[in-house]
Design a protein around this ligand. Structure first.
Ligand code: AQP
Length: 331
């Protein structure tokens, strides 16, 4: 790369409207890291079709996600914001890496097990090889750092294993990436079942906060979040619902769990939930304002994703060509 800065790759699937979990676990960090890194933030449409998508909605959500990246504070002039399927090297490298990945290691992936249960009528091969495509996404850009929520840590590990395996056969082809997990917000849990992570494709909309929800329903969802009957705001084992709300508040405001706990001695869940609701609404409000400003500005968005994809292709194809040569393909 013609850059002295270290490289980041990350992305979100346009498989639903992004949640507060996606924001606090990933995108919020992307914004902070963009100062110091050369960042590639993609919209992972190839990944999203491992689960059936409605074509019209997928198209709309892809552009909405680009708007959200910018609205959240990613600077499109300094980072690459592109659509994964616009850079064909992702699919091409994924095929190759499939041949260097074992069925056994893919069978151990928690996401595959969870999604197979959830979509038992569509356990497709893409769902199984999802981590290989993710490895290709990361390795194409000679990535140093991958900022993700904790649920993706296992996939980063397998990407590293594949890269190390490939390098051990062919020499130093890929940079070995590191995961970057935030201290708070790394795993925002469902509001209705706080033992499960918050997911944008959850069937129950009360379980997640979408960045596109209206502010009244955000407040309602937080106020009806499942907690416990103890009535004490404290971070401890077994209090999954309260732990989750405390984590959300801490991640948004930067206040420590201890300080939140101390402030709430002798006060009830009602007051606490109101504060969390207000913090979430105030966190999302400016993002939504910027999102609305970008709506209707399709030429601007098209320019961003087209120019970014062009630059991304040039970097990605360089790595792909190196891989082809090492394997012995005629290039
Ligand atoms: N609940 C979460 N808490 C913290 N981080 C999260 N992430 C996802 N859920 C949480 C992080 O968001 C980034 C993008 O995720 P993704 O869209 O690529 O896939 P995902 O992890 O499968 O996210 P969802 O919302 O659960 O999507 P669906 O419902 O389609 O499966 C990743 O960095 C992820 O860690």
């Amino acid at each position: 790369m013609e850059t002295a800065k270290k490289v980041i790759f990350s992305g979100v699937q346009p498989s639903g409207n992004i949640t507060l979990g996606n924001y606090l676990g990933a995108i919020k960090n992307w914004v902070e890291l963009q100062k110091d890194y050369y960042c590639n933030y993609a919209i992972m449409d190839l990944h999203s079709i491992t689960v059936r998508q409605n074509p019209k909605e997928l198209k709309k959500r892809t552009l909405d996600l680009l708007k959200l990246y910018i609205a959240c504070g990613i600077n499109p002039d300094e980072n690459l914001l592109f659509v994964q399927s616009h850079v064909s090297a992702h699919a091409e490298l994924a095929w190759i890496l499939n041949c260097y990945t074992y069925m056994g290691e893919l069978s151990r992936m928690t996401q595959f097990k969870d999604k197979s249960k959830k979509h038992s009528n569509n356990i497709n091969a893409g769902l199984f090889t999802y981590p290989v495509l993710m490895a290709a996404d990361i390795l194409l850009y000679q990535t140093d750092l991958v900022p993700v929520g904790v649920d993706q840590l296992q996939h980063i590990e397998i990407a590293r294993d594949i890269a190390i395996r490939f390098n051990s056969i062919y020499g130093d082809v890929f940079k070995i990436p590191e995961g970057f997990i935030p201290k708070t917000g790394a795993k925002v849990m469902s509001l209705q079942d706080p033992t499960k992570k918050m997911s944008k494709s959850d069937e129950n909309p009360k379980a997640y906060i979408s960045m596109m929800d209206d502010f009244d329903s955000i407040a309602k969802k937080i106020k009806s979040a499942v907690t416990d009957s103890e009535g004490i705001v404290a971070y401890k084992e077994g209090k999954d619902g309260i732990n989750n709300l405390m984590g959300i508040l801490s991640s948004i405001t930067g206040e420590s769990m201890e300080s939140i706990q101390n402030r709430y001695v002798g006060r009830g869940y009602g007051e606490f939930k109101s504060e969390v609701a207000e913090a979430v609404v105030e966190c999302i409000r400016p993002i939504r304002q910027k999102f609305d400003e970008l709506s209707g500005n399709n030429d601007y968005l098209e320019k961003i994703y087209t120019e970014s994809a062009e630059k991304a292709r040039s970097v990605a194809n360089r790595t792909l060509k190196k891989v082809y040569k090492k394997i012995g393909f005629v290039v």
